[in-house]
Design a protein around this ligand. Sequence first.
Ligand code: MGD
Ligand code: MGD
Ligand code: SF4
Ligand code: MO
Length: 702
Amino acid sequence: MTAETKIGVCNLCEAICGLVLTIEDGAVTGVRGNPDDPLSRGHICPKGVAIADIHADPERLRRPVRRDRATGEFHEIGWTEAIDLVSGALADTINRHGRDAVGIYLGNPNVHSLGSMTHGTALVKSLRSKNTFSATSVDQLPHQLLAQLMFGHQLLLPIPDIDRTSYFLVFGANPMASNGSLMTVPDFPARLRELKQRGGRMVVFDPRRTETAKVASEHHFVRPGTDAWVLLAMLNVLFADGLATAPSYADGLADVESAVAPFTPALAERMSGVPAAVIERVALELATAEGGVAYGRVGVSTHEFGSVCQWAVNLLNIVTGNLDSVGGAMFTSPAIDAVGTGLIGRGHHNAWQSRVRGLPETAGELPVSALREEITTPGRGQIKTMLTLSGNPVLSTPDGARLDEALAGLDFMASVDIYVNETTRHADVILPPTGALERDHYDLVFQTLAVRNTARFTPAVFDKEAGARHDWQIYRDVAVATIGKLDKKPGLKARAMLRGRLSLSPTRLIGLLLARGRTGATLRKLRSNPSGLDLGPLQPGLLPDRLQTRGHRLVLAPSLVLADLERLTAVEAPAETELLLIGRRHKQDCNSWMHNTERLTRGRARHQLLMHPADLVERSLTDGDVVTVSSRVGRVRVEVAATDDMMPGVVSLPHGYGHARNPGMTKAAAVPGVSINDLTDPERLDVSGNAALSGVPVTVSA
Ligand SMILES: Nc1nc2c(c(=O)[nH]1)N[C@H]1C(S)=C(S)[C@@H](COP(=O)(O)OP(=O)(O)OC[C@H]3O[C@@H](n4cnc5c(=O)[nH]c(N)nc54)[C@H](O)[C@@H]3O)O[C@H]1N2
Ligand SMILES: Nc1nc2c(c(=O)[nH]1)N[C@H]1C(S)=C(S)[C@@H](COP(=O)(O)OP(=O)(O)OC[C@H]3O[C@@H](n4cnc5c(=O)[nH]c(N)nc54)[C@H](O)[C@@H]3O)O[C@H]1N2
Ligand code: SF4
Ligand SMILES: [Mo]
């Protein structure tokens, strides 16, 4: 037996850790963090090790499968037949019902695959359906919208300079479990230790005493859904104390000052439960720290006022002089600059609306909270055929149970996925791409969002098996075949251009894009430095040049958010609800999948509803009871676990559980737990269209 080591990369979360794999006889027998990786510095987590389990998993699809509509059973078919079926159904739907009759959902793993980024997006564009949805609207839509409105580009996202900050103010994020988000920060625990060793502090606001809260210098409970009042009150304090300034290239400071004036610390205390004195002190500490940064993530983005929250977080950094400055919120200088080169559009909002509820699009996508009604409501533009790409909206989006039912009624559904999951089990055809270890990788997204500038290209660890296809090849073939079957085809020239563009492999494209970059990182150089090139710490002083707004101006007071403050002002008192439901992530979970790997599911169960002991007593419940949790849209039955880590009045379930409805995936189906999204409500939305998954009113009973 010969053992060899190969450099790989983990694509399971935003930390993009470098790996060193041991390969024996074609099997992965060891996975370690790569100590030579300039970004991840040897870090790895339990999921990174489990990447070998996915590779070897017999339940992972390797050939296209077709579902027998009578029996529900899947059987393997050839690629030619599979592409023909999918392109035939897509074209037929468009020919008969128009383009919007094809619905598309793009799931989270798309951003973790190079081929999806280069070719999946091209397929989606070529279909030109308004009914395009993605995980963005159950995640970071407010961040992207505010980046577009304030900085001029949806991906011009300020990243906390965690390696140099002395004051890290965190709202609604749990990087100790999630490994960071919109902040690619491999080895968060070590970077936090270094922060504290420098004498720095981390202050966390969260309705649960999370893993991150437990290692923070200071943690404060905040009532779910009320951060907007707290953040605006912090701004209010800074203006009142004359500590709020703006750079010469900013417009609208006076508008901000008058907008935040009604949002006093006393009001914030009443709404959120956070003492006014804490709000005042923390605001002053941020303003006077030598390099401080405010950061808000999923907990304040999947919020009824998610856009106000992200606006306020950006403003806290701006008015304290911490934007574009060392130790603050900084912009990256990636080797492939999707922002400056126009590779990804700057974004737009409300250019069209969803058919049934009139919800606004953002950057070409509609809120996924509208997906179900667009499938079930008859009329011109009704979704008849669905295409899901690396997604599991039945578990990941609000009111998933009803979406589950709606998918069963489609004329046709096709999925590009490596598993039969709770969503793809409804597909007529599933097209499975090669796995992460079988394809080249360059991270187009997360190197752009990282706390340090680095560049890394990772060739495939394994050759693809005979008869397997990469995702980019699947997207190419579906796009070209579909267009060929349309009644109203684009002109010959346009079709040839699309075919030409799609025939370039992702790696070729990366080579071309790197050659256009300004960092000197070429594909050849990256190939000879497989652990990655260190391009140095984030650079200050990139503004105003880097701004993509007209005249490179920083827009402090976008009208969309100012108008939404009226909705906020109209909320007079905290809602009288019994309990508020929030989500959670665990280190060993990966959104809605990977529950079929034993490595990540053995040990203590972690699917329970977490509840404060006093709330249990009030309902005559005891730890371990099976309880009924009910919301406006649904109910689930699940074990309850008592913990004073929960804020009283708040309960928590993790998302991505509830696999029993998909018995076909045997190991995952045996994992206990229910889907939190059988309780979340598609009517609860931020002004951006992002789902308000946090703070859902629920009742809990025996
Ligand atoms: N209540 C609540 N709901 C949430 C969240 C929450 O915090 N609370 N979080 C939200 C967030 S932030 C996100 S990003 C979404 C994520 O939810 P989704 O967008 O549904 O994405 P995932 O669950 O990560 O993965 C979906 C599927 O992708 C498939 N897959 C994995 N790797 C590959 C690959 O390489 N190629 C292909 N083709 N398929 C692959 C797997 O089979 C998996 O089932 O969930 C959201 N839902
Ligand atoms: N292990 C693991 N890592 C992951 C993922 C995973 O599923 N598992 N998913 C990846 C994905 S897709 C993403 S987007 C990132 C997300 O990365 P994070 O944003 O760090 O994700 P969460 O752990 O969901 O953290 C959200 C926090 O917000 C808190 N919260 C809920 N409601 C409120 C509120 O109203 N106010 C405040 N202040 N806090 C609130 C929750 O208690 C929780 O601690 O993680 C990524 N990394
Ligand atoms: S932290 Fe994220 S990228 Fe790193 S090994 Fe774990 S799952 Fe993979
Ligand atoms: Mo996400």
